[in-house]
Design a protein around this ligand. Structure first.
Ligand SMILES: C[S@@+](CC[C@H](N)C(=O)[O-])C[C@H]1O[C@@H](n2cnc3c(N)ncnc32)[C@H](O)[C@@H]1O
Length: 236
């Protein structure tokens, strides 16, 4: 496999239309596959994301890379007005069918269809890793957030315990693609998932990038031993 000068695999450097096409291909069984591959833990990660956003009834929150709206629906339980945006029409259509009450829009994280300072809070769950310019996406999230507004990034991260990290990386690279072949409509997308998780910055490195993109008071909390991290920040 070829590598870029930064040492990343070239296949991870997908253009937006390739990312959208990949998610179109998994949309039909996305929610089920997610729950199976995460051993059902995705539900508690979503609840933790909602809690970290500290939403109040009547606030406006944007969920970028919302996919089928599974993450957006959880946010609405707070009483805030939650809207999702995504690049993949296949994911949005699947969401419209399974969650007709959740407002979902077509939109690119790098050019969001909203005015400056439109939201009290913004969030992105398991999607920042897929956007092909992470820093530009973090800046664009800051643009649509009110001064003092909150950001929560929910993303796969680096397990903190070295022994557990070894077992987990082996699950990612060997077992996850095999399980995906049994349950997903597009197993290749889950090979990409495993490789993109391995190439993603760890907790401290991501925090530094969030801070450099117009966000202050950046911190994080590990979930499931660091399989997932919630990064929280405030619009400077
Ligand atoms: C793994 S899914 C996450 C869906 C949902 N947030 C969740 O928690 O299950 C990643 C989503 O990010 C979307 N995505 C990737 N690049 C994007 C971009 N540039 N703008 C908007 N959405 C994007 C994909 O289409 C896909 O639906």
């Amino acid at each position: 496999m070829s590598r870029t000068p930064q040492g990343q695999r070239a296949s991870l450097d997908k253009q937006p239309h390739e990312v959208a096409a990949m998610f179109d291909g998994v949309a039909a069984r996305y929610d089920l596959t997610n729950t199976v591959l995460s051993f059902g833990q995705d539900r508690s990660w979503r609840r933790a994301t909602r809690a970290a956003l500290d939403l109040r009834p009547g606030e406006r929150v944007l969920d970028v890379g919302a996919g089928t709206g599974v993450s957006t629906e959880e946010l609405a339980h707070s009483g805030a007005y939650a809207v999702g945006a995504d690049l993949s029409l296949g994911m949005l259509h699947a969401g419209k069918r399974s969650r007709p009450a959740v407002p979902l829009l077509a939109g690119d994280a790098l050019r969001l269809p909203f005015a400056d300072a439109s939201f009290d809070a913004v969030t992105i769950s398991f999607a920042l890793r897929n956007v092909n310019d992470t820093d530009a996406a973090l800046r664009e999230l800051a643009r649509v957030t009110k001064p003092g507004g909150r950001l929560v990034v929910c993303e796969f991260s680096t397990p903190v315990n070295p022994a557990f990290r070894t077992v987990y990386l082996s699950y990612l690279m060997r077992s996850l693609p095999a399980v995906a072949r049994a349950v997903s409509s597009n197993p290749d997308a889950y090979v990409y998932l495993a490789e993109s998780i391995r190439a993603w910055p760890d907790q401290a490195a991501l925090a530094a990038r969030i801070g450099a993109a117009g966000w202050g008071r950046v911190g994080w909390r590990n979930l499931s031993g660091g399989i997932v991290a919630l990064h929280r920040a405030t619009r400077a």
